[in-house]
Design a protein around this ligand. Structure first.
Ligand code: SAM
Length: 243
């Protein structure tokens, strides 16, 4: 029996109306290859965004650290980090159907047994499918910046979301973010700083991890930031062992 079947069309239509969406509706056609990936590869690599809490050991066939990649896009960093840390398991989540279809094809090509893919809203996925204290870490790389003041409420890194995410982290687990929007970077420091269960070992922004160590490779958004002369900030916090 397949682990899940992703429903089409766009999950944007399924988002609960009472919640502010952190993502934008995207148009654009899916190619035949995308349709085929969604139809054939989901049973092997996909997880439903909704349902009962997952048994992560059963999902991956082993007990090990599990990290979520929230808003993984096309999964450019997911793949590199999965290959660079074969002892860790990765769950990549995005609402972007084309990105997830592309990632499914590549995960299949890579034979990356330590990756699972979710098409859906990461907030709902965390709420419904992840037990408290189950995760070893969470990555949020280049979240949608929502630069206009009237849109800032749509940013993902807000106190309510961070409280949910911290519920899901094991003591000592990390959150690693990167952004080239300096206002958002400051907001991340502020929101994480206000969450009593988190600590920031750097007291400020973290140094950029070494790409060669597979710890945040340089991807499309960072390449674009460099082209435009925008600095990129990393934020790294961990859940305190006790509060
Ligand atoms: C700017 S892209 C960055 C993609 C990727 N992390 C990277 O660095 O290449 C931000 C992604 O976050 C996704 N996103 C935003 N809010 C989300 C949510 N609540 N759940 C899942 N994905 C979300 C968007 O669909 C988009 O693909």
């Amino acid at each position: 029996m397949p682990l899940c079947s992703f429903s089409l069309p766009s999950p944007v239509a399924d988002a609960p109306s009472q919640r502010v969406r952190t993502f934008r509706a995207r148009r654009g056609r899916l190619s035949d290859a995308h349709h085929e990936a969604l139809a054939t590869l989901v049973g092997r690599w996909g997880l439903d965004a909704h349902g009962e809490p997952l048994d992560l050991a059963a999902t991956f066939g082993r007990t090990g650290p599990v990290v979520v990649d929230i808003g993984c896009g096309m999964g450019e960093s997911t793949r590199v980090q999965a290959a660079g840390a074969p002892g860790s398991d990765l769950i990549a989540v995005d609402v972007h159907t084309r990105g997830i279809a592309t990632l499914l094809r590549q995960v299949q090509r890579d034979g990356a047994t330590n990756v699972r893919v979710v098409l859906g809203d990461a907030v709902e996925f965390l709420e419904q499918r992840i037990d408290d204290e189950a995760l070893a870490g969470a990555r949020i790389y280049f979240p949608d910046p929502w630069p206009k003041a009237r849109h800032r409420k749509r940013r993902l890194v807000q106190p309510v979301f961070v409280a949910l995410l911290v519920d899901k982290l094991a003591p000592g687990a990390f959150i690693h973010c990167a952004t080239d929007d300096m206002d958002y970077a400051d907001q991340m420091l502020e929101v994480f700083g206000a969450e009593p269960r988190l600590q920031n070992p750097f007291d400020a922004f973290a140094p950029r991890p070494i790409p060669e160590a597979h710890d945040r490779p340089v991807t499309k958004y960072e390449r674009r930031a460099r082209r435009l002369g925008h600095p990129v900030r990393d934020v790294w916090v961990t859940r305190r062992l006790w509060v």
